[in-house]
Ligand binder design. Structure first.
Ligand code: KIV
Ligand code: ZN
Length: 513
């Protein structure tokens, strides 16, 4: 079967970042973008340039460094959004503006409070305006899967005539069902007279757990671009997972008439990078990138795999990047070796000072931990390059936890240059430490999530703790790591408090026009 190209459009840095608490700094976005480029993702949606100054700078930074992938910014169908996106993308080798407006009756009536004719007018105007910045323009019919077919045909035809080369019909609310969603694309492509002038695209949310199935149904019905995210990160239940789409198409090449450019060996590394940066752990049974995805527990399976791998394995673990984790460095490794390994991981430092800082942290970790893995290095960089101003710093921690006794914690925090001391008891050492912190900070936050994960294997591993805090509707994820999980927990809590204190708020693309 001759294969057509399936464009992989990654929106981890935009829709993925819309998960409450998943916000990323500019440097973190650049690190992920470089990894996506190495993986040969076709289009990287780097952000929503008008959302905040931080988003603008992140889109610009990604546009300035990425050379082999197209860099894209989201923009509502509003002049100011499009101009901001165009401005942020100026330095890109290849850029795309992705403009959208809602087309379903419910969104037009209640959210936009606009008549369909006005929506149509806006779509045309915004595509034309985007074309003044780049000849690569994508138009999305937000809530497309719940839109009226005749209106979709009209707006699609008009957007293509105005200069859009990609037409995306998202299942914004995750309501679609594979057969129906796939058939909708077939009908749309058949009924829009100029459909041959555009690539049709799918963008599915996972509210019913159908995002990947819906995306693949769309592919079977003529769609040639899939919008997806690493680990399925995204609003609510997330977006379609890139790794699942790519591996489904590759493993079932007998079924799918398409192929992607993705270098699949980078999938696991990218998954870990995204998980480490956002603090969203990957569930062990997650397809492709979960820790158990290739683990055969039952005797019958193990026996079968040993005799002939394909009895139970449909993919090779090494094809997606498992088992490539090398023990790279340790206590005796010098600065040059550390720098070289960072370069292999696509991490470079702008100044000698930055490298020195990370190297200091590396040495401190190597004193506590025998073998330093790639994941440890990624975490070190995240910590060292975090741009959050430290309002609360950990100066000293003493926890006592014995069987039959109430755990206690004594803590000294550095608060804007002053050392403040507190102690508390709790149901466990972490609870006691958090209570001691709260005696000082009195944050009035709600703890939405506390999770601990081992960064690498073995009891010597660093524990990575994620803490999600909410204050007056503003949600942040704090991440902390250490070989001592109570210290990691305290670092994560303080990181979340510092993020709240920094208070950078972003506007949300789906709110208003
Ligand atoms: O889910 C959605 O509809 C979106 C659009 C902005 C493409 O994310
Ligand atoms: Zn979306």
């Amino acid at each position: 079967m001759s294969k057509q190209k399936l464009v992989i459009f990654d929106t981890t840095l935009r829709d993925g970042e819309q998960s409450p608490g998943a916000s990323m700094t500019k440097d973190e976005k650049v690190r992920i973008a470089k990894m996506l480029e190495k993986m040969r993702v076709d289009v990287i949606e780097a952000g929503f340039a008008i959302a905040s100054e931080g988003d603008f700078k992140a889109v610009k930074a990604v546009a300035d460094v990425v050379k082999d992938s197209t860099v894209c910014s989201l923009a509502r169908a509003v002049d100011a959004d499009i101009d901001r996106a165009g401005e942020a993308l100026k330095g890109a080798n290849s850029s795309r503006i992705h403009t959208f407006i809602a087309t379903s009756p419910i969104h037009m009536k209640y959210k936009l409070q606009m008549e369909p004719e006005k929506v149509l007018e806006r779509a045309i105007r915004s595509v034309k305006r985007a074309r003044q910045y780049t000849d690569n323009v994508e138009f999305s019919l937000e809530d497309g899967s719940r839109s009226e077919f005749d209106f979709m045909c009209r707006i699609t035809e008009a957007a293509i005539n105005a200069g859009a080369q990609t037409i995306n019909v998202p299942d914004t609310v995750g309501y679609g069902e594979p057969e129906e969603y796939g058939a909708m694309f077939k009908r749309l492509i058949e009924n829009v007279p100029n459909s041959d002038k555009a690539i049709f695209s799918t963008h599915c949310h996972n509210d019913l757990g159908l995002a990947v199935a819906n995306s693949l149904a769309a592919v079977m019905n003529g769609v040639r671009q899939v919008e997806c995210t690493i680990n399925g990160l995204g609003e609510r239940a997330g977006n379609a997972a890139l790794e699942e789409i790519v591996m489904a198409v590759r493993t079932r090449r007998d079924v799918f008439p398409v192929e992607t450019n993705i270098v699949t060996e980078h999938i696991v590394g990218t998954s870990r990078l995204v998980s480490g940066i956002t603090g969203f752990p990957v569930q062990p049974n997650k397809a492709i990138v979960g820790a158990n995805a290739f683990a055969h527990e039952s005797g019958i399976h193990q026996d079968g795999v040993l005799k002939h791998r394909e009895t139970y394995e449909i993919m090779k673990a090494e094809d997606v990047g498992w088992n490539t984790n090398k023990i790279v460095l340790g206590k005796h490794s010098g600065r040059a070796a550390v720098k070289a390994r960072f370069e292999e991981l696509n991490i470079t430092f702008d100044t000698q000072e930055q490298l020195n800082q990370v190297f200091e942290r590396f040495k401190a970790l190597a004193d506590k931990k025998h073998e330093i893995f790639d994941e440890d290095l990624q975490r070190l960089v995240s910590e060292a390059t975090e741009q959050v101003t430290e309002t609360y710093g950990l100066a000293y921690l003493n926890v006592a936890s014995r069987t039959g006794e109430v755990p206690q914690a004594e803590i000294t925090l550095n608060v804007k240059g002053n050392e403040l001391v507190a102690s508390a008891t709790g149901s466990g050492p972490v609870d006691a430490a958090y209570k001691a912190i709260e005696t000082i900070v009195k944050s009035r936050t709600d703890l939405l999530l506390y999770s601990v994960n081992a960064i690498t294997k073995g009891t010597e591993s660093q524990g990575e703790v994620t803490v999600r805090l909410e204050f007056e509707g503003h949600i942040v994820n704090g991440v902390g790591s250490d070989t001592d999980i109570v210290v990691a927990s305290v670092k994560a809590y303080l990181n979340a408090l510092n993020l709240l204190e920094a208070g950078a708020s972003r506007s949300h693309p789906q709110h208003g026009v």
